[in-house]
Design a protein around this ligand. Structure first.
Ligand SMILES: Cc1ncc(C[n+]2csc(CCOP(=O)(O)OP(=O)(O)O)c2C)c(N)n1
Length: 656
C-alpha cells in the first residue's frame, strides 16, 4: 500500500488530504475560495513529500514551487491558457493537480509518468521539456500562434506563462527569447516568471546570479520600501508618487528590473513565492496588462521539508527515502561509478599537468567535479547552464596552450554541437570531452538519452572517439585523449562498470587499436564500450570471435580487414543509435574496401527510448545477452550447434 493512499481503493486518502482529494483537475481547484489556497498548498506539499519518498525522483525544485503551482492553476484557465515549465523537474506538483495525482508514484518507472512534462501524457503539459532554458522561446511561439489564430467568439484572451528558474535563466537561449520578445512589434502578451531560488543543481553562478544576490541582500532596498510605505501611507498621494520614482531609481541599482525593462519587459517583483495571497494579487494585476511581462518570485528550494532545505544539492533528485529520517546511504562497499573514475583521473592528471582546466556547464555533482573544484579551484570553471559557451571557452583556452577538459553529459553536448564542430574540431584544438551518460540512461528517459553521441561525433573530421569496455580502460582513454594533439572524446555510460581493478598509472592506449578479446570461429562480434561484457558472454556461448573495439574513430582498419579474411560475417554491438553509429562505421569501411560480408548491426533502434531502468531499456532494445543471442541466431541459425562447443582455431589474428 502506497503511503497517502486509501487502503481499499489505492486512491488518495481523503481523510488526510480532504481538499486535494477533491481536486482531480485544475478546474476543481478553481472552485475553492481564495482563502483555502494556503491549506491546499500544505496538502499538496505533504502529498508530494510522501510520494517522492516512496518513488524517488526530482524533489527540491517541486517543493519550491508548490504555492506558485497552486496560484498559476488557480488564476489561469489551464489548459486553455498555456503554462510552460522550464526543464520540468519542478512539475510534479503540476502533475498532481492536473489529473495525475494517483499515478505520481509511478514517475520515471517503466510505463509510469514521465519525469518531465510531456505533451503525449496530458493536455496540461503544453511543451515537452527536460533540457533547460527553452520555456521562453516556446511560450513566445505559442503566444504568437494563439494571437494569429484569434479567439473564438465569446472566448476570452488566452494567456501564455513560462516559469523559468534562475539556473535556467543563465543559458543563452533564454536571452535569445527575451531579446526577441522584448523587441517585437506588436509586443506579444507573454508572462515570464523568474523563479529565483539562488540554486541551479549546485549554487547558481555568474553575473546574473550576483546581481540577483545583491538585490536579495539589499536591506536598504527593503527598509526603504517598507519605510516609505509606512511614512507616506500608500502610493496614491503625490508624495507617494515621488517616493515611488525615487524607489525606481534606487531599485535599478539593486534589482534586475532595469535589465529586463531595458529589454522590453515590464518587470514586477520581487515577491515572496511562498506567499499565496501575494502571488494571487500579483497575477491578478499582471493578467490585466498587455505586452511582455516578467514576474520575479523568490523561493526556497526544498521549501517545507527541513532536510531538503538544509541540503538543497543532495535533495535536488533523490532515490526512495524515509520521510522521517531522510536519505541514508546504503552500507557496504560500492563499485565506483564511471563518474568517480573520471573524478579521480581529473585530479591526478591535474597534479601532473598544470595546463589542465576543468569545465562543467552547471553539472559539478553529476559530472564528478566536486573533488576537482575543491583541490583546483583556480582551474575549475562552472560556466552555468551554458553548454555552447563551455565548448567555445575550451577552444579559446586551447588556443593559448591550456589543456581543457569539458566534462559533459552526452545529451547536453547536443547543445554545443556547432561549437564542437566549428570552434574546436575545425581548428584541430586540444580539447578533451569527457562524455558521461553515453548510451542508455534509464529513468530520466528520452530527453536525457545519450543515444546519439557516437553518430554525431564520428562524422566530425579530426575527432578521436573512444568508448571504454570497463573502468580501467576508461582511465587509460582519458589519458590518451588528454595527451593526444587535437580533439578527443571518451564516452562512458551512466553508473558503474564491471568493477575491475583500476590501473593506477596514467597510461595511454595506441590510438586506433582494438583489443582482440577472444578468438572464435565463423562470426566476429565487434563490441563498443559498455556492451563488451555482453559480447564476451555471447562469444563464449556461441564460439564467436570477440573484439573490444575501443575506438569508434579511427577504427582498427588492419584488424577488421584481417578478420574479414576468415569470418563469414560480423556483428556490431553498441549502445548508440544504429543509424550512423559505430556499426555504420564498420559497414562504411567494408563498403570502401569492397568486402561483401554480412554485418548484423545491433544498437539502439530508430525510436525514442522511454523512461525505465537502464536494464529494462537495454533489454527492450535487444541489447542484453538474451536479445543479442536471439538476433545473432536468427541471422546465423547454424551457430546454435556451436553453443558450448570447443573453440575452433582460426588463423593467427592481429591482437590489440
Ligand atoms: C541544457 C541543460 N543542461 C543541464 C541540465 C541539467 N539541469 C537540470 S535542472 C538544472 C538546474 C536548474 O536550475 P533552476 O532553473 O534554477 O531550477 P531549480 O532546480 O533551482 O528550481 C540543471 C543544470 C538540463 N536539464 N538542461
Amino acid at each position: 500500500m502506497a503511503p497517502g493512499r486509501d487502503n481499499d481503493s489505492n486512491m488518495i486518502d481523503a481523510q488526510r488530504y480532504p481538499r486535494l482529494a477533491r481536486i482531480d483537475l485544475p478546474a476543481d481547484l478553481r472552485k475553492f475560495p481564495e482563502q483555502e489556497l494556503p491549506a491546499i498548498a500544505e496538502e499538496l506539499r505533504a502529498y508530494l513529500i510522501e510520494s517522492v519518498a516512496a518513488s524517488g525522483g526530482h524533489f527540491g525544485a517541486g517543493l519550491g514551487v508548490i504555492e506558485l503551482t497552486v496560484a498559476l492553476h488557480y488564476m489561469y484557465n489551464t489548459p486553455s491558457d498555456r503554462l510552460v515549465w522550464d526543464v520540468g523537474h519542478q512539475s510534479y506538483p503540476h502533475k498532481i493537480l492536473s489529473g495525475r495525482r494517483d499515478r505520481i508514484e509511478t514517475v520515471k518507472q517503466k510505463d509510469g509518468l514521465a519525469p518531465f512534462p510531456r505533451r503525449e501524457e496530458s493536455e496540461f503539459d503544453t511543451f515537452g521539456v527536460g533540457h533547460s532554458s527553452t520555456s521562453i522561446s516556446a511560450a513566445l511561439g505559442m503566444a504568437i500562434a494563439l494571437h494569429r489564430a484569434g479567439s473564438e467568439p465569446g472566448e476570452s484572451r488566452r494567456h501564455v506563462v513560462a516559469v523559468i528558474g534562475d539556473g535556467a535563466m543563465t543559458a543563452g537561449m533564454a536571452y535569445e527569447a527575451l531579446n526577441h520578445a522584448g523587441g517585437m512589434e506588436p509586443s506579444p502578451d507573454v508572462l515570464v516568471i523568474l523563479n529565483d531560488n539562488r540554486m541551479s543543481i549546485s549554487e547558481n553562478v555568474g553575473g546574473l546570479t550576483k546581481m540577483l544576490g545583491r538585490m536579495m541582500s539589499s536591506r536598504t532596498m527593503n527598509a526603504m520600501r517598507e519605510g516609505g510605505k509606512k511614512l507616506l501611507g500608500g502610493r496614491s498621494r503625490p508624495a507617494g508618487r515621488f517616493v515611488r520614482r525615487w524607489e525606481e531609481h534606487w531599485k535599478g541599482m539593486f534589482v534586475p528590473s532595469t535589465l529586463f525593462e531595458e529589454m522590453g519587459f515590464h518587470y514586477s517583483g520581487p515577491i515572496d513565492g511562498h506567499d499565496l495571497p501575494a502571488l494571487i494579487g500579483a497575477l491578478k494585476t499582471i493578467k490585466t496588462l498587455k505586452g511582455p511581462q516578467l514576474l520575479h518570485v523568490i523561493t526556497t528550494k526544498g521549501k517545507g521539508f527541513e532536510l531538503a532545505e538544509g541540503d538543497q544539492i543532495g535533495y535536488h533528485a533523490v532515490g526512495p527515502f524515509d520521510p522521517a529520517k531522510g536519505m541514508v546511504s546504503k552500507p557496504g562497499p560500492k563499485k565506483p561509478a564511471y563518474t568517480d573514475i573520471f573524478s579521480d583521473w581529473l585530479c591526478e592528471m591535474a597534479a601532473t599537468d598544470s595546463r589542465l582546466m576543468g569545465i562543467t556547464p552547471a553539472m559539478r555533482e553529476g559530472s564528478g567535479l566536486v573533488r576537482f573544484s575543491k583541490e583546483y579551484p583556480d582551474r575549475y570553471f562552472d560556466v552555468a547552464i551554458a553548454e555552447q559557451h563551455a565548448v567555445t571557452l575550451a577552444a579559446g583556452m586551447a588556443c593559448e596552450g591550456a589543456k581543457p577538459v569539458v566534462a559533459i553529459y552526452s545529451t547536453f553536448l547536443q547543445r554545443g554541437y556547432d561549437q564542437l564542430i566549428h570552434d574546436v574540431a575545425l581548428q584541430n584544438l586540444d580539447v578533451l570531452f569527457a562524455i558521461d551518460r553515453g548510451g542508455v540512461v534509464g529513468p530520466d528517459g528520452a530527453t536525457h538519452s545519450g543515444s546519439f553521441d557516437l553518430s554525431y561525433l564520428r562524422c566530425i573530421p579530426n575527432m578521436v572517439v573512444m568508448a571504454p569496455a570497463d573502468e580501467s580502460e576508461c582511465r587509460k582513454m582519458l589519458t590518451t585523449g588528454f595527451r593526444h594533439r587535437g580533439p578527443a572524446a571518451v564516452r562512458y555510460p551512466r553508473g558503474s562498470g564491471t568493477g575491475v581493478a583500476v590501473d593506477e598509472l596514467l597510461d595511454t592506449l595506441p590510438i586506433g587499436q582494438a583489443e582482440l578479446r577472444r578468438r572464435g570461429s565463423r562470426v566476429a562480434l565487434l563490441a563498443f564500450g559498455a556492451l563488451v561484457p555482453v559480447a564476451e558472454q555471447l562469444g563464449s556461448e556461441l564460439d564467436l570471435t570477440v573484439v573490444n573495439m575501443r575506438f569508434v574513430k579511427p577504427l582498427d582498419r588492419a584488424l577488421l580487414l584481417d578478420l574479414a579474411r576468415n569470418h563469414i560475417g560480423f556483428v556490431t554491438l553498441e549502445d548508440n543509435a544504429v543509424m550512423g553509429g559505430a556499426g555504420s562505421a564498420v559497414a562504411e569501411l567494408f563498403a570502401l574496401e569492397a568486402i561483401a560480408l554480412p554485418i548484423l548491426q545491433l544498437g539502439l533502434p530508430d525510436t525514442w527510448l522511454e523512461h525505465a531502468s537502464r536494464e529494462q531499456v537495454l533489454a527492450e532494445a535487444g541489447l542484453d545477452l538474451a536479445g543479442a543471442r536471439r538476433a545473432v541466431l536468427k541471422r546465423w541459425p547454424q551457430l546454435t550447434a556451436t553453443i558450448n562447443a570447443p573453440t575452433i582455431n582460426t588463423p593467427k589474428l592481429a591482437a590489440g
